[in-house]
Design a protein around this ligand. Structure first.
Ligand SMILES: [Zn+2]
Length: 206
């Protein structure tokens, strides 16, 4: 009979709790790492940075109070479980590599790019307008609900380039405030519209 007991232990598919918690914490750490990386690229003091800080602290808390059921859920569903705990629909974003391919040499090597897919057309119009100038785009990101561009000279400012860059920056900013950053439709008004530009359907998408 001791053999049977031994055998059943071998056959038992239950993961020992220590390993269970270890695996779940690895997944949580991985999710934290991704958000810390994102926060580094958008800046800690931006609204997006603040949201990421919030998510990171949620993940930290989740790891602290981990029980066996939650750990199993995290492992079973992996990333999906973590995302559903955070319950945040994700916004599709313009990829910096896509911009570099379309406009070689226009984006600075260390440029910050953090722009929802709904603003893709506005972003392309801005790049089209300055693509023949002697300029480089250093920042293209959401900031205070609008699409914020920082365009600089490759060497010294030419007056015509400076004027055009200023005009494009301004126009891009005001156009973005009219367009949902998620889908590109006309934006809606709400208490939240100071912080993000969205249509009624995408108010909660971050
Ligand atoms: Zn929308």
């Amino acid at each position: 009979m001791p053999l049977a007991g031994c055998q059943s232990e071998v056959m038992d598919p239950t993961i020992p709790p220590a390993i269970l918690f270890g695996l779940a914490r690895d997944i949580l750490r991985n999710e934290m790492g991704k958000r810390i990386e994102q926060r580094r690229s958008v800046g800690r003091d931006t609204p997006e940075g603040a949201r990421l800080t919030q998510e990171i602290s949620t993940l930290v808390d989740l790891g602290k109070d981990l029980d066996e059921t939650t750990a199993k859920q995290i492992i079973a569903a992996g990333r999906a479980a973590v995302d559903s705990k955070l319950a945040l629909p994700k916004m599709p974003r313009v990829d910096a590599a896509e911009i570099r391919e379309r406009y070689p040499d226009l984006l600075a090597n260390d440029a910050q790019v953090w722009v929802g897919a709904g603003w893709r057309g506005i972003l392309n119009d801005a790049f089209d307008a300055v693509k023949d100038c002697d300029v480089v785009v250093r920042v293209a990101r959401e900031h205070c609900a609008g699409l914020h561009l920082i365009i600089g000279p490759k060497s010294d400012w030419l007056e015509a380039d400076f004027d055009l860059a200023a005009e494009v920056t301004e126009r891009t900013w005001s156009r973005s405030l009219q367009v949902c950053e998620t889908c590109g439709c006309q934006s809606a008004e709400g208490a939240w519209s100071r912080y993000r530009t969205r249509c009624a359907e995408h108010v909660e998408v971050r």
